[in-house]
Design a protein around this ligand. Structure first.
Ligand code: URA
Length: 433
Protein backbone atom coordinates (compact mmCIF):
# COMPACT_ATOMS: atom_id res chain seq x y z
CA UNK A 1 0.00 0.00 0.00
CA UNK A 2 1.23 3.50 -0.79
CA UNK A 3 0.03 6.63 1.02
CA UNK A 4 0.05 8.63 -2.21
CA UNK A 5 -2.53 6.28 -3.75
CA UNK A 6 -4.77 6.59 -0.69
CA UNK A 7 -4.57 10.40 -0.81
CA UNK A 8 -5.52 10.21 -4.48
CA UNK A 9 -8.43 7.86 -3.73
CA UNK A 10 -9.86 10.17 -1.05
CA UNK A 11 -9.26 13.27 -3.20
CA UNK A 12 -11.55 11.71 -5.79
CA UNK A 13 -14.21 10.92 -3.18
CA UNK A 14 -13.44 7.21 -2.78
CA UNK A 15 -14.17 5.26 0.38
CA UNK A 16 -11.09 4.01 2.26
CA UNK A 17 -11.23 0.36 3.40
CA UNK A 18 -10.68 -0.68 7.02
CA UNK A 19 -7.19 -1.98 6.12
CA UNK A 20 -6.32 1.28 4.42
CA UNK A 21 -7.47 3.33 7.43
CA UNK A 22 -5.43 1.13 9.80
CA UNK A 23 -2.40 1.47 7.50
CA UNK A 24 -2.71 5.28 7.60
CA UNK A 25 -3.28 5.60 11.36
CA UNK A 26 -0.52 3.13 12.30
CA UNK A 27 1.87 4.58 9.73
CA UNK A 28 1.39 8.16 10.86
CA UNK A 29 1.52 7.36 14.60
CA UNK A 30 4.76 5.41 14.19
CA UNK A 31 6.35 8.16 12.10
CA UNK A 32 6.51 6.17 8.84
CA UNK A 33 4.03 8.47 7.10
CA UNK A 34 5.28 12.09 7.07
CA UNK A 35 3.28 15.17 8.12
CA UNK A 36 3.01 16.46 4.55
CA UNK A 37 1.24 13.33 3.29
CA UNK A 38 -1.03 13.13 6.34
CA UNK A 39 -1.90 16.83 5.90
CA UNK A 40 -2.88 16.20 2.27
CA UNK A 41 -5.10 13.30 3.31
CA UNK A 42 -6.74 15.32 6.14
CA UNK A 43 -7.49 18.17 3.74
CA UNK A 44 -9.02 15.68 1.27
CA UNK A 45 -11.22 14.33 4.10
CA UNK A 46 -12.31 17.91 4.90
CA UNK A 47 -13.53 18.33 1.31
CA UNK A 48 -14.73 14.81 0.42
CA UNK A 49 -15.84 13.63 3.91
CA UNK A 50 -16.14 9.97 4.94
CA UNK A 51 -19.05 7.54 5.02
CA UNK A 52 -20.40 6.05 8.27
CA UNK A 53 -18.36 2.86 7.97
CA UNK A 54 -15.12 4.79 7.39
CA UNK A 55 -15.79 7.00 10.46
CA UNK A 56 -16.41 3.93 12.65
CA UNK A 57 -13.18 2.33 11.34
CA UNK A 58 -11.23 5.54 11.96
CA UNK A 59 -12.62 5.73 15.52
CA UNK A 60 -11.52 2.16 16.26
CA UNK A 61 -8.10 2.73 14.69
CA UNK A 62 -7.62 5.67 17.12
CA UNK A 63 -8.85 3.56 20.07
CA UNK A 64 -6.50 0.69 19.15
CA UNK A 65 -3.49 3.02 18.88
CA UNK A 66 -3.21 3.10 22.70
CA UNK A 67 -4.50 1.79 26.02
CA UNK A 68 -8.11 1.14 26.88
CA UNK A 69 -8.93 2.14 30.44
CA UNK A 70 -10.56 -0.67 32.35
CA UNK A 71 -13.27 0.67 34.65
CA UNK A 72 -14.93 -2.66 35.39
CA UNK A 73 -13.90 -2.35 39.06
CA UNK A 74 -16.26 0.62 39.37
CA UNK A 75 -19.75 -0.41 40.43
CA UNK A 76 -22.73 0.83 38.43
CA UNK A 77 -23.20 2.35 34.99
CA UNK A 78 -20.31 4.73 34.25
CA UNK A 79 -21.64 7.76 32.42
CA UNK A 80 -19.21 10.19 30.81
CA UNK A 81 -19.78 13.57 29.20
CA UNK A 82 -17.86 15.40 26.52
CA UNK A 83 -18.11 18.89 25.15
CA UNK A 84 -16.92 19.67 21.64
CA UNK A 85 -15.31 22.78 23.12
CA UNK A 86 -16.38 26.29 23.93
CA UNK A 87 -15.67 29.51 25.80
CA UNK A 88 -16.75 29.83 29.44
CA UNK A 89 -17.72 26.16 29.35
CA UNK A 90 -17.56 25.18 33.02
CA UNK A 91 -20.35 22.59 32.77
CA UNK A 92 -18.12 19.69 33.91
CA UNK A 93 -17.32 21.49 37.20
CA UNK A 94 -21.04 21.64 37.89
CA UNK A 95 -22.22 18.26 36.64
CA UNK A 96 -19.59 16.13 38.41
CA UNK A 97 -20.90 16.92 41.93
CA UNK A 98 -24.50 17.08 40.72
CA UNK A 99 -24.58 13.68 39.05
CA UNK A 100 -22.50 12.11 41.84
CA UNK A 101 -25.01 13.39 44.38
CA UNK A 102 -27.68 11.04 42.96
CA UNK A 103 -25.34 8.06 43.22
CA UNK A 104 -24.27 7.76 39.57
CA UNK A 105 -20.51 7.14 39.30
CA UNK A 106 -18.72 9.93 37.44
CA UNK A 107 -15.26 8.78 36.34
CA UNK A 108 -14.21 11.88 34.43
CA UNK A 109 -11.13 12.11 32.29
CA UNK A 110 -10.55 15.61 31.05
CA UNK A 111 -8.12 17.56 28.96
CA UNK A 112 -6.44 20.90 29.27
CA UNK A 113 -7.33 23.92 27.18
CA UNK A 114 -5.53 24.88 24.01
CA UNK A 115 -6.11 27.92 21.84
CA UNK A 116 -9.34 29.78 22.53
CA UNK A 117 -11.11 26.98 24.44
CA UNK A 118 -10.53 26.28 28.13
CA UNK A 119 -9.93 22.94 29.88
CA UNK A 120 -11.70 21.67 32.99
CA UNK A 121 -8.50 20.55 34.71
CA UNK A 122 -6.88 23.97 34.32
CA UNK A 123 -9.96 25.52 35.94
CA UNK A 124 -9.89 23.16 38.92
CA UNK A 125 -6.16 23.67 39.36
CA UNK A 126 -6.96 27.33 40.11
CA UNK A 127 -7.87 25.92 43.54
CA UNK A 128 -4.76 25.80 45.73
CA UNK A 129 -3.47 22.23 46.05
CA UNK A 130 -5.98 20.61 43.67
CA UNK A 131 -4.50 17.79 41.61
CA UNK A 132 -5.88 15.74 38.74
CA UNK A 133 -2.82 13.51 38.91
CA UNK A 134 -4.43 10.43 40.43
CA UNK A 135 -3.10 6.91 40.20
CA UNK A 136 -5.48 4.42 38.60
CA UNK A 137 -6.06 2.83 42.01
CA UNK A 138 -6.87 6.17 43.66
CA UNK A 139 -9.15 7.18 40.77
CA UNK A 140 -11.16 3.96 41.00
CA UNK A 141 -11.28 4.03 44.79
CA UNK A 142 -12.55 7.66 44.79
CA UNK A 143 -15.29 6.83 42.30
CA UNK A 144 -16.39 3.79 44.29
CA UNK A 145 -16.34 5.69 47.60
CA UNK A 146 -17.50 9.19 46.64
CA UNK A 147 -19.04 8.51 43.18
CA UNK A 148 -16.67 10.99 41.54
CA UNK A 149 -13.12 11.61 40.43
CA UNK A 150 -11.47 13.68 37.74
CA UNK A 151 -8.11 12.88 36.19
CA UNK A 152 -6.03 14.07 33.26
CA UNK A 153 -6.04 11.81 30.21
CA UNK A 154 -3.22 9.29 30.42
CA UNK A 155 -0.40 9.77 27.92
CA UNK A 156 -1.24 6.60 26.07
CA UNK A 157 -4.97 7.19 25.59
CA UNK A 158 -5.62 7.42 21.82
CA UNK A 159 -2.08 8.60 20.94
CA UNK A 160 -3.02 8.56 17.23
CA UNK A 161 -5.72 11.16 17.89
CA UNK A 162 -3.25 13.28 19.89
CA UNK A 163 -0.74 13.35 17.06
CA UNK A 164 -3.32 13.86 14.32
CA UNK A 165 -5.19 16.52 16.34
CA UNK A 166 -1.96 18.52 16.74
CA UNK A 167 -1.44 18.36 12.96
CA UNK A 168 -5.07 19.36 12.29
CA UNK A 169 -4.65 22.34 14.58
CA UNK A 170 -1.92 23.79 12.35
CA UNK A 171 -3.28 22.73 8.94
CA UNK A 172 -6.81 24.22 9.23
CA UNK A 173 -8.34 20.73 9.24
CA UNK A 174 -10.09 20.72 12.64
CA UNK A 175 -13.54 21.66 11.29
CA UNK A 176 -14.57 18.38 9.70
CA UNK A 177 -17.47 16.22 10.91
CA UNK A 178 -15.78 12.80 10.39
CA UNK A 179 -12.50 13.99 11.94
CA UNK A 180 -14.14 15.56 15.02
CA UNK A 181 -16.51 12.61 15.45
CA UNK A 182 -13.71 10.01 15.39
CA UNK A 183 -11.52 12.14 17.67
CA UNK A 184 -14.20 12.67 20.34
CA UNK A 185 -15.71 9.18 20.25
CA UNK A 186 -12.37 7.37 20.31
CA UNK A 187 -11.49 9.10 23.60
CA UNK A 188 -14.84 8.19 25.14
CA UNK A 189 -14.62 4.55 24.02
CA UNK A 190 -11.00 4.20 25.17
CA UNK A 191 -11.71 5.75 28.56
CA UNK A 192 -14.14 2.98 29.43
CA UNK A 193 -17.51 4.73 29.76
CA UNK A 194 -20.69 2.64 29.46
CA UNK A 195 -22.76 5.63 28.36
CA UNK A 196 -21.94 9.09 27.02
CA UNK A 197 -23.70 12.45 26.90
CA UNK A 198 -22.23 14.72 24.24
CA UNK A 199 -22.54 18.49 24.49
CA UNK A 200 -22.26 19.59 20.86
CA UNK A 201 -21.67 23.32 20.77
CA UNK A 202 -22.86 25.51 17.91
CA UNK A 203 -22.14 29.18 17.20
CA UNK A 204 -19.33 31.72 16.92
CA UNK A 205 -17.25 30.12 19.69
CA UNK A 206 -17.64 26.53 18.47
CA UNK A 207 -16.08 24.48 15.70
CA UNK A 208 -19.57 23.99 14.24
CA UNK A 209 -20.87 27.41 13.22
CA UNK A 210 -24.30 26.33 11.87
CA UNK A 211 -27.07 24.18 13.32
CA UNK A 212 -27.01 21.91 10.24
CA UNK A 213 -23.31 21.14 10.77
CA UNK A 214 -23.82 20.61 14.51
CA UNK A 215 -26.73 18.28 13.86
CA UNK A 216 -24.69 16.23 11.38
CA UNK A 217 -21.84 15.95 13.91
CA UNK A 218 -24.24 15.02 16.72
CA UNK A 219 -26.00 12.35 14.64
CA UNK A 220 -22.69 10.90 13.48
CA UNK A 221 -21.33 10.61 17.03
CA UNK A 222 -24.54 9.10 18.39
CA UNK A 223 -24.45 6.47 15.63
CA UNK A 224 -20.79 5.62 16.32
CA UNK A 225 -21.48 5.34 20.06
CA UNK A 226 -24.46 3.06 19.52
CA UNK A 227 -22.67 0.93 16.91
CA UNK A 228 -19.92 0.36 19.50
CA UNK A 229 -22.40 -0.61 22.22
CA UNK A 230 -22.42 2.66 24.21
CA UNK A 231 -25.69 4.38 25.07
CA UNK A 232 -25.14 7.83 23.60
CA UNK A 233 -27.16 11.07 23.66
CA UNK A 234 -26.09 14.35 22.03
CA UNK A 235 -27.43 17.71 23.18
CA UNK A 236 -26.84 20.62 20.79
CA UNK A 237 -26.25 23.75 22.88
CA UNK A 238 -25.57 27.40 22.17
CA UNK A 239 -22.07 28.83 21.82
CA UNK A 240 -22.99 32.08 20.03
CA UNK A 241 -21.74 33.79 23.21
CA UNK A 242 -19.68 32.59 26.18
CA UNK A 243 -21.59 30.30 28.54
CA UNK A 244 -22.42 32.14 31.76
CA UNK A 245 -20.67 35.37 32.69
CA UNK A 246 -17.09 34.34 33.45
CA UNK A 247 -14.31 33.28 31.10
CA UNK A 248 -10.99 32.19 32.59
CA UNK A 249 -10.11 29.75 35.36
CA UNK A 250 -10.48 30.97 38.98
CA UNK A 251 -13.47 33.14 38.00
CA UNK A 252 -15.12 30.11 36.32
CA UNK A 253 -14.72 28.11 39.54
CA UNK A 254 -16.36 30.99 41.41
CA UNK A 255 -19.23 31.03 38.92
CA UNK A 256 -19.71 27.25 39.24
CA UNK A 257 -20.04 27.70 43.01
CA UNK A 258 -22.74 30.30 42.36
CA UNK A 259 -24.64 27.82 40.14
CA UNK A 260 -24.51 25.19 42.89
CA UNK A 261 -25.90 27.80 45.30
CA UNK A 262 -28.86 28.28 42.92
CA UNK A 263 -27.68 31.73 41.86
CA UNK A 264 -25.99 31.09 38.52
CA UNK A 265 -26.60 32.67 35.11
CA UNK A 266 -29.69 31.21 33.44
CA UNK A 267 -27.96 29.88 30.29
CA UNK A 268 -25.28 28.11 32.31
CA UNK A 269 -27.79 26.61 34.77
CA UNK A 270 -30.04 25.40 31.93
CA UNK A 271 -27.23 23.72 29.98
CA UNK A 272 -25.68 22.18 33.12
CA UNK A 273 -28.94 20.79 34.48
CA UNK A 274 -29.87 19.45 31.03
CA UNK A 275 -26.57 17.58 30.59
CA UNK A 276 -26.70 16.30 34.18
CA UNK A 277 -30.28 15.10 33.68
CA UNK A 278 -29.48 13.08 30.56
CA UNK A 279 -26.46 11.58 32.34
CA UNK A 280 -28.61 10.57 35.31
CA UNK A 281 -31.25 9.02 33.02
CA UNK A 282 -28.58 7.02 31.15
CA UNK A 283 -27.13 5.98 34.51
CA UNK A 284 -30.54 4.65 35.57
CA UNK A 285 -31.20 7.07 38.45
CA UNK A 286 -34.42 8.45 36.96
CA UNK A 287 -37.03 7.09 34.54
CA UNK A 288 -37.15 10.25 32.44
CA UNK A 289 -35.57 13.63 31.77
CA UNK A 290 -38.27 15.76 33.43
CA UNK A 291 -38.06 13.87 36.72
CA UNK A 292 -34.26 14.14 36.69
CA UNK A 293 -34.34 17.88 35.95
CA UNK A 294 -36.82 18.62 38.74
CA UNK A 295 -34.79 16.56 41.21
CA UNK A 296 -31.54 18.34 40.27
CA UNK A 297 -33.20 21.72 40.78
CA UNK A 298 -34.20 20.58 44.27
CA UNK A 299 -30.72 19.20 44.97
CA UNK A 300 -29.09 22.51 44.03
CA UNK A 301 -31.47 24.46 46.28
CA UNK A 302 -30.81 22.07 49.18
CA UNK A 303 -27.07 22.80 49.03
CA UNK A 304 -26.30 19.08 48.62
CA UNK A 305 -24.40 19.45 45.34
CA UNK A 306 -22.31 22.34 46.68
CA UNK A 307 -21.24 20.07 49.58
CA UNK A 308 -20.37 17.44 47.00
CA UNK A 309 -18.15 19.94 45.12
CA UNK A 310 -16.40 20.74 48.40
CA UNK A 311 -15.84 17.02 48.90
CA UNK A 312 -14.42 16.67 45.36
CA UNK A 313 -11.95 19.48 46.06
CA UNK A 314 -10.95 17.96 49.39
CA UNK A 315 -10.41 14.40 48.14
CA UNK A 316 -8.24 15.67 45.29
CA UNK A 317 -5.92 17.70 47.54
CA UNK A 318 -7.49 21.14 47.12
CA UNK A 319 -8.27 23.69 49.79
CA UNK A 320 -11.99 23.10 50.53
CA UNK A 321 -12.34 26.53 52.25
CA UNK A 322 -12.35 28.05 48.78
CA UNK A 323 -15.89 26.75 48.27
CA UNK A 324 -17.19 28.73 51.30
CA UNK A 325 -14.93 31.64 50.59
CA UNK A 326 -14.24 32.04 46.84
CA UNK A 327 -12.32 35.24 47.68
CA UNK A 328 -9.43 32.85 48.47
CA UNK A 329 -9.12 32.02 44.76
CA UNK A 330 -6.29 33.76 42.88
CA UNK A 331 -7.10 37.41 42.14
CA UNK A 332 -5.65 39.51 39.30
CA UNK A 333 -3.93 42.83 39.89
CA UNK A 334 -5.68 44.79 37.13
CA UNK A 335 -9.39 44.98 36.27
CA UNK A 336 -10.07 46.94 33.09
CA UNK A 337 -13.63 47.92 32.24
CA UNK A 338 -14.53 48.05 28.55
CA UNK A 339 -17.21 50.64 27.86
CA UNK A 340 -19.74 50.72 25.05
CA UNK A 341 -19.23 53.43 22.44
CA UNK A 342 -22.81 53.03 21.18
CA UNK A 343 -26.34 52.84 22.50
CA UNK A 344 -28.72 50.01 21.58
CA UNK A 345 -28.79 46.26 22.19
CA UNK A 346 -25.95 43.76 22.12
CA UNK A 347 -26.75 41.89 18.90
CA UNK A 348 -23.80 39.49 18.58
CA UNK A 349 -20.59 38.48 20.34
CA UNK A 350 -17.67 36.98 18.48
CA UNK A 351 -17.08 34.27 21.05
CA UNK A 352 -13.83 33.02 19.58
CA UNK A 353 -12.40 36.54 19.96
CA UNK A 354 -13.41 36.52 23.64
CA UNK A 355 -11.60 33.18 24.03
CA UNK A 356 -8.49 34.56 22.33
CA UNK A 357 -8.67 37.70 24.48
CA UNK A 358 -8.76 35.51 27.63
CA UNK A 359 -5.74 33.59 26.36
CA UNK A 360 -3.82 36.83 25.71
CA UNK A 361 -4.62 38.01 29.25
CA UNK A 362 -2.88 34.87 30.55
CA UNK A 363 -5.87 32.55 31.10
CA UNK A 364 -4.94 30.13 28.30
CA UNK A 365 -1.98 28.70 26.44
CA UNK A 366 -0.60 29.84 23.11
CA UNK A 367 1.68 26.80 23.17
CA UNK A 368 1.18 23.46 24.84
CA UNK A 369 3.76 24.04 27.60
CA UNK A 370 2.81 27.64 28.51
CA UNK A 371 1.93 28.33 32.16
CA UNK A 372 -1.53 29.62 32.98
CA UNK A 373 -2.36 32.64 35.11
CA UNK A 374 -5.39 31.31 36.99
CA UNK A 375 -6.54 34.77 38.02
CA UNK A 376 -6.76 36.11 34.45
CA UNK A 377 -9.91 36.21 32.33
CA UNK A 378 -13.00 38.24 31.49
CA UNK A 379 -16.39 38.98 33.01
CA UNK A 380 -19.14 39.37 30.41
CA UNK A 381 -21.15 42.16 32.03
CA UNK A 382 -23.43 42.40 28.98
CA UNK A 383 -24.59 39.57 26.77
CA UNK A 384 -26.72 39.24 23.64
CA UNK A 385 -30.09 40.99 24.03
CA UNK A 386 -28.92 43.31 26.84
CA UNK A 387 -29.57 47.04 26.49
CA UNK A 388 -26.54 49.35 26.60
CA UNK A 389 -26.00 53.08 26.69
CA UNK A 390 -22.83 54.90 25.63
CA UNK A 391 -20.31 54.55 28.48
CA UNK A 392 -21.87 51.43 30.03
CA UNK A 393 -19.40 48.69 30.97
CA UNK A 394 -19.87 45.73 28.63
CA UNK A 395 -17.08 43.54 29.92
CA UNK A 396 -14.20 43.55 32.41
CA UNK A 397 -10.72 42.19 31.74
CA UNK A 398 -8.76 40.63 34.64
CA UNK A 399 -5.01 40.34 34.25
CA UNK A 400 -1.59 40.69 35.85
CA UNK A 401 -0.06 41.89 32.58
CA UNK A 402 0.72 45.53 32.09
CA UNK A 403 0.49 45.22 28.36
CA UNK A 404 -3.06 44.13 27.64
CA UNK A 405 -3.82 46.28 24.58
CA UNK A 406 -4.26 43.44 22.10
CA UNK A 407 -6.59 41.56 24.47
CA UNK A 408 -8.57 44.74 25.07
CA UNK A 409 -8.95 45.40 21.33
CA UNK A 410 -10.08 41.81 20.72
CA UNK A 411 -12.68 41.93 23.49
CA UNK A 412 -13.97 45.34 22.40
CA UNK A 413 -14.28 44.31 18.75
CA UNK A 414 -16.08 41.07 19.74
CA UNK A 415 -19.23 43.00 20.65
CA UNK A 416 -21.79 44.24 18.07
CA UNK A 417 -24.49 46.72 19.03
CA UNK A 418 -27.68 47.36 17.00
CA UNK A 419 -30.68 49.61 17.51
CA UNK A 420 -33.23 46.75 17.51
CA UNK A 421 -33.54 44.14 20.22
CA UNK A 422 -32.42 40.75 18.80
CA UNK A 423 -34.57 37.62 19.04
CA UNK A 424 -34.02 35.64 22.27
CA UNK A 425 -31.41 32.89 22.01
CA UNK A 426 -32.17 29.20 22.51
CA UNK A 427 -29.78 27.60 24.97
CA UNK A 428 -30.67 24.05 23.95
CA UNK A 429 -31.37 23.51 20.26
CA UNK A 430 -31.92 19.78 19.85
CA UNK A 431 -31.40 16.46 21.57
CA UNK A 432 -30.36 13.50 19.44
CA UNK A 433 -30.67 10.00 20.80
N1 URA B 1 -12.69 18.00 20.45
C1 URA B 1 -12.00 16.85 20.24
O1 URA B 1 -11.75 16.08 21.19
N2 URA B 1 -11.60 16.55 19.00
C2 URA B 1 -11.85 17.34 17.93
O2 URA B 1 -11.47 17.00 16.83
C3 URA B 1 -12.55 18.55 18.14
C4 URA B 1 -12.98 18.85 19.42
Amino acid sequence: MRMVDLIHKKKQGGSLTCDEINFIVKGYTSGKIPDYQMSALLMSICFMSMDKREIADLTLAYVNSGDRINLTEINGIKVDKHSTGGVGDKVSLIIIPLVASVGIPVAKMSGRGLGHTGGTIDKLEAIEGFTANLSRKQFISNVNTYKMAIAGQSENLTPADKKIYALRDVTATVESVPLIAASVMSKKIASGADAVVLDVKVGSGAFMKSLDEARELAQTMVEIGKSLGRKTIAVITDMSQPLGLEVGNANEVKESIEVLKGRGAYDLCTVSLTIASYMAVLGGAFPDFDKAYAEFQAIVLSGQSLKKLKQLVQIQGGNPDVIDNPGKLPQAKYHIAIKSSESGYISAINTESIGVSAMLLGAGRKNKDDLIDYSAGLTMVKKIGDKVNIGDTICILHTNLENYEEAETMARSAYSVKADKPKPINYIYEVIQ
